[in-house]
Design a binder for this molecule. Structure first.
Ligand SMILES: C[S@@+](CC[C@H](N)C(=O)[O-])C[C@H]1O[C@@H](n2cnc3c(N)ncnc32)[C@H](O)[C@@H]1O
Length: 549
């Protein structure tokens, strides 16, 4: 921020960013450098604010891209006001709010109005973005939440502060609802460290004396085994918390054989099978040995496979990774925060760090939440297959992280000095409806994938000038890709969605997931088909030009 006449904001891509080179290239393709100073002039020109915000946002979006978003980022899309993903958009907008806040704290009186104007414009954009992109949870009014309210009172008597109350939400069991209008930066929930369940609690027990002798046992497993017993401890400090937990979790880990069979032809089948095998192996390593050797500490009736699976589902679906003030990352169960559901357009994005000043965990809003609206978190940038396996739900709306990985050799070994390679080592697709660029040579498909396929046919095929000269090659690339996805759809088989209503919870989820996979595969196949038509037209035009001379 300048203190003289001109008021400016500097946006900088850190050289420590793991994707510095790729982001720099993308910035340059849009005419920006990794460090840009944007002047905020309340000039006479009408619309200067919108023009300035557009520039700030274009840069901030690229700076905030994560690896997967970067893979799908399109470098020559003209529509600059389009977002890359809800996560990216909210991060980008919030990063600008933060920059204006820093500038406001140091600027001269002269610039306060400009910065406040900019801040308000960005806050309005955040609000509009949330309204357009969120799926609002519907509150079920006829459920009592007595147990949850008791937990809340217990929390408050231990120093917890909240602007949320618990209610039942259609299709998601319980959720947290704003008690009043909350704005960006407000703390929706503040939890003192003293009521967070973390490994330190186990250290005080005789169970820990036994478990710490087991080679390679993780603190997550220790906590999991502790919670299996603590659930039944009437004197537990956390009894009220354990009483609010569901008796059954319904994640992919407890899918029936029928539901798993329905997933045939999808990668989710393997993901679930592998996760279950891993848990079975872990259980078999510990039991019945621990029960036989220490029956007082590990009563056999509390350490059955079913109860072990329940605890695994509890920890997978309800735990959070928290950075404590000592710099240690701990996997924790957090009473009340565990009622917050996941959204693809969350209100709370960052909540993983204990504030050393208050020794508490704060859940601050990255977008506003109106009174009565469900307040949601981001559990992470997860695909639907991960969310089904470990959380047991398929989020509503377009999930930017729903990709189908491609089993092709991803390494770009044929790097040519003059032709910059994109050096992605793995390749994937996602629903091409998420792309904004369906023009010839892009087709709504990710450019790193197209570049790789082109280069593996002919190392010189890279730039669009080369592409024009080798339309046949391009046609083959699309033909091969289309074949892969047509085969995939055939392997998945057809599902009768009309039967859905008579199905069990897991069969419904399996059907919905398969339907999603089919839609992604179908969109890729259709985009290839449309692309092939465009190429054939181009070829006809070229032939006609040749004939005409
Ligand atoms: C941390 S808990 C959230 C509170 C939970 N709804 C409850 O009643 O205990 C995570 C679980 O909530 C459910 N859930 C979270 N987000 C959801 C969503 N967007 N749609 C449906 N269910 C969701 C899933 O069952 C998930 O395993």
């Amino acid at each position: 921020m300048d203190t003289d006449e001109e008021c400016s904001i500097v946006l900088e891509l850190s050289e420590r960013d793991p994707f510095f080179d790729k982001k720099k290239k993308l910035l340059q393709s849009k005419g920006f450098s990794p460090k840009e100073r944007i002047y905020l002039k309340s000039s006479s020109k009408p619309g200067w604010m919108n023009a300035t915000v557009e520039v700030l946002l274009q840069i901030a979006r690229i700076v905030q891209l994560n690896e997967l978003e970067l893979y799908f980022a399109e470098d020559d899309v003209c529509t600059s006001m389009e977002s890359y993903s809800p996560r990216n958009e909210l991060e980008a907008l919030n990063s600008i709010v933060l920059l204006t806040d820093i500038s406001l704290s140091t600027c001269t009186h002269l610039h306060t109005n400009i910065l406040q104007g900019l801040r308000q414009t960005i806050l309005d954009l955040i609000s509009d973005f949330g309204d357009k992109n969120s799926v609002k949870g519907v509150v079920e009014k006829n459920h009592s939440c007595d147990q949850e309210e008791r937990l809340l009172e217990w929390g408050e008597s231990n120093g917890l502060m909240t602007q949320l109350k618990i209610a039942y939400i259609e299709g998601a069991s319980r959720g947290a609802i704003a008690r009043k209008d909350l704005k960006v930066g407000d703390i929706a929930l503040e939890i003192p460290v003293s009521i967070i369940i973390s490994e330190e609690l186990v250290h005080e027990t005789d169970m820990y004396g036994v478990l710490k002798e087991i080679d390679g046992i993780s603190s997550e497993t220790i906590l999991l085994l502790w919670s299996m017993k603590e659930k039944y401890n009437c004197d537990s400090k956390f009894k009220i918390y354990f009483d609010t937990l569901p008796e059954k979790f319904n994640t992919g880990l407890s899918f029936s054989i029928q539901a798993i069979t329905m997933l045939d032809g999808t990668l989710l089948l393997e993901e679930i099978m592998q996760a279950r095998q891993h848990l079975h192996a872990q259980y078999d390593e510990l039991f019945p040995a621990l029960c036989n050797n220490f029956p007082d500490i590990f009563p056999p009736e509390l350490y059955t496979w079913e109860k072990f699976l329940w605890a695994c589902e509890l920890w997978y679906s309800n735990s959070m990774k928290i950075m404590y003030s000592d710099g240690k990352l701990r996997t924790c169960l957090i009473p009340l925060a565990g009622f917050l559901n996941h959204s693809l357009c969350p209100h709370v994005m960052h909540y993983g760090k204990v504030d050393p000043a208050t020794n508490s965990l704060k859940f601050c809003l990255s977008r506003p939440c109106r009174s009565g609206e469900e307040c949601c978190l981001s559990y992470g940038n997860f695909s639907s297959s991960h969310l089904i396996t470990f959380y047991g739900f398929l989020p509503q709306g377009d999930n930017s992280y729903d990709v189908i990985p491609l089993d092709i050799d991803g390494s770009d070994v044929d790097s040519n000095e003059d032709i910059p390679v994109s050096n992605w080592t793995t390749h994937m697709v996602r629903g091409t409806w998420l792309s904004k660029d369906h023009r010839i040579f892009n087709y709504g498909l990710p450019s790193p994938l197209l570049d790789h396929l082109r280069r593996s046919r002919s190392p010189m095929l890279r730039t669009k000038t080369f592409l024009q000269g080798s339309l046949e090659n391009e046609l083959e690339v699309l033909e091969n890709l289309k074949d892969i996805f047509d085969d995939m759809m055939e392997n998945m088989g057809k599902i009768d969605l009309d039967d859905r209503e008579n199905c069990s919870w897991d069969e419904k989820l399996a059907m919905d997931f398969k339907d999603l996979q089919r839609r992604i595969a179908c969109s890729v196949s259709t985009s290839c088909h449309t692309g092939m038509d465009m190429l054939k037209n181009e070829l006809c035009k070229c032939m006609a030009e040749d004939i005409l001379g």
